[in-house]
Design a protein around this ligand. Structure first.
Ligand code: BTN
Length: 269
């Protein structure tokens, strides 16, 4: 493990066969003074957590279940900058690994591939000592590996690419991209990065309903990470928290009249 820690330029790397949650372990380490870019990985999680208190299905051997301590930056506590940056990092790493892949970010914390959720991101404040970015990527699952409730909407890199991929290579690529985007501190979403995010944005231009009941058209992710929604009444709302559902049939990322994709409330995958 020491070899990987050095190769990846990390102050500390913990790789566990099993943990309750990599986020919980990293928060513990952060409270004890761990340096930014400390990383915790587990082959399986007994109590993996998703957003909104949901469970995150984390079986052994098939996923990347990882938490990274990102340096804090002013403003990180507000709109969801960290999960967006992590989503960009995942998308780039997936494209490097799977040629021709077209990942999409679903605001604020999911990455989709071919209409299925392949990654969920859970960013938590580590008591002012940084941001714990918990990233779960489904790498090697087949449809049967998912619990029945997730089967219709969860996917994996293997399902999308038709081949088995190396979790270690994915980890290396993802950490390199995270560093580019978040070191020495998280980058603002402007310039070429905002254009990249525009191209990755799964919701842009589509009808949505927010958790708060606002119906409108998603008009993009703003520079501070908030989701801009143009309402049916002609106003503009900026979402800084919560989730959204797609309200359409057909096309990428959809599959019903009202999708159950609620900004990460669903579990695993
Ligand atoms: C979501 O989509 O709701 C977010 C899921 C985040 C899952 C990852 S797996 C690694 C890290 N440890 C956890 O307990 N959760 C995150």
């Amino acid at each position: 493990m020491e070899v990987l820690r050095e190769r990846w330029g990390l102050p500390r790397l913990e790789v566990h066969a099993a943990l309750a949650s990599t986020n919980d372990r990293l928060r513990e380490l952060a409270r004890a003074g761990a340096a930014p870019w400390t990383v915790v990985v587990a082959d399986t999680q007994r109590a993996g957590r998703g957003r909104g208190g949901s469970a995150w299905h984390s079986p052994p051997g098939v996923g990347l279940w990882m938490s990274v301590l990102l340096p804090s930056a002013r403003g990180m506590e507000g709109p969801p900058l960290a999960p967006i940056l992590a989503g960009v990092a995942v998308s780039r790493a997936v494209r490097e690994l799977v040629s021709g892949a077209r990942p999409r970010i679903k605001w604020p914390n999911d990455v989709y591939l071919e209409g299925r959720k392949v990654c969920g991101i859970l960013c938590e404040d580590a008591d002012g000592r940084g941001i714990v970015a918990g990233i779960g990527v489904n790498v090697g699952q087949t449809p049967d590996d998912f619990p029945p409730a997730l089967r219709g909407r969860a996917g994996s890199l293997r399902m999308a690419s038709g081949r088995e991929l190396s979790r270690r290579e994915l980890t290396a690529g993802l950490l390199a991209q995270l560093r580019e985007l978040c070191a020495p501190e998280p980058r603002a979403l402007d310039g070429s990065l905002s254009r990249e995010i525009e191209a990755l944005d799964l919701l842009r231009g589509r009808p949505v309903r927010t958790d708060g009941g606002v119906v409108g058209r998603a008009a993009g992710i703003a520079g501070d990470g908030s989701l801009v929604v143009e309402t049916a009444a002609g106003g503009t709302r900026r979402l800084v928290a919560g989730g959204v559902r797609l309200l359409e049939t057909g096309g990428e990322g959809s599959g019903g009249s009202e999708r159950g994709e609620r900004g990460g409330r669903e579990c695993s995958s």
